[in-house]
Design a protein around this ligand. Sequence first.
Ligand code: PLP
Length: 500
Amino acid sequence: MNISTLSPAFLDSTSKDKFAESIGQALTEISRFFDKDQFYSGASVSQLKQQMQTIVGKLDQPLNLEDTLSELKELYLDHAIAFHHPDYIAHLNCPVLIPALVGDFIASSLNTAVETWDQSTSATLIEQEMINWTCRLFGLPQTADGVFTSGGTQSNFMGLLMARDDYAFKHLGVNIKQEGLTPDVSRFRVFCSDKAHFSVKKNAALLGMGYNSVVVVETDERFKMKPEALQAAIRKEKQQGNLPIAVFATAGTTDFGSFDPLNEICAVAKANDMWFHVDGAYGGCFALTHTHKHLFDGAQYADSITIDFHKTLFQPVCSSAFLVANQQNFRYVSHYADYLNPIETKEADFQNLIVKSVQTTRRFDALKLWFTLRMVDETDLIYYLETVHRRAIDAYELLQAQGCFELVHEPELSTVVFRYQLPNEATNAQLDEANLYIKNTLFNSGLASIASTRLNGNIYLKFTLLNPNTTVTHLQHIIELVVTKAAEYANSQELIVRSR
Ligand SMILES: *Cc1c(COP(=O)(O)O)cnc(C)c1O
């Protein structure tokens, strides 16, 4: 193959027309996806696996774009989950803003990697401005800094890594980055509520502290961490000779959207000389709103904060940030590589963002947020967030009016957790089965997607409202479907009973 037949495959000045044409063809397929009237086709797992089987045998035969797109349509586009659909209210996936997509597209096309200045130039400055904006959102001090990450899990990882290394350095004189883990680390303890995200435990394991290092603190009836229970748990661990190093508070728990009382928890953490992290992966963006701003009181004293723009600021995945109150703490992740960011550049008049990240090659995800903030009025963003919160309250009231649901909380953010109660007295196992039936048959029908979770060991259903276009009418329709599925289940059970 000679160069001239190869080159049109690459994006450069000779192939711009082909690029535009290709993207145009892709856009046609994308708009078809957005025309669908269901969130899902309802295809079964075996149908999709079979679809893949018809293709795998032919993977060594390259296709042109048209054929690749039509193959992809049948394999994926026809069956992809439509998060923009008002009847999709399952997980923390949001519909995305067009300005953010434009930013994403530019970032991908230019393929900027935000690791060193000589790879990213002013992209470095754009990311830094987005970090500064986010630091101001929480009222962090001048010394604060941050970095974009792949998501809340990675941001929480960085928070725990810094908490671990900072404690070891300050209290034990140990440099973990240099020496690795010492036996004392097995006595490190991290505290979070029993409704905190699983990534706290997962990260503790990844960081060599083990699941056992995570002490789960009781929550109150609104699923908020009890400060006095935290204090008691810390005291108990100290008595046992363990070393409390950090508290991970949650601003918007994944299931209940509940906010731990940050000010009170912060006071307990500081009194015990512990790192105070605020996990705002889900709730963080609500610091913009009038309805939830007060719940962030205390976040300004956090040592570190997690915020996911891809959860609640209508950004495509990934768009997420980790903030730290004292930028010096990035020393626990920084590394100077001769070929990339030699130590001489430490004092240069430009930044190599790589010194703040656990990644090396990293996407220019900040450009999506940049486009969003340049093009969308902040008042509109606030309105969208307050709308999805309002929708959760609407859903709560509609479910309550039905009389056949057990509601476990008044929505604090944009989720509602509840379960269907069978007409006759039922065991928890029967209730679990009934509620799973509702969730699964709804999903398979392609008509609506809702989530499930566990509370006190039992299955509950969950609505996650993140789409400002989901209206009360949509909710009424989804609840009708839930009730229909519930009746279907109850009837099928009666049939079994009768046939015995
Ligand atoms: C979703 C979530 C995370 C994890 O974020 P990812 O972006 O999915 O990695 C962490 N904490 C909370 C509270 C979350 O809701």
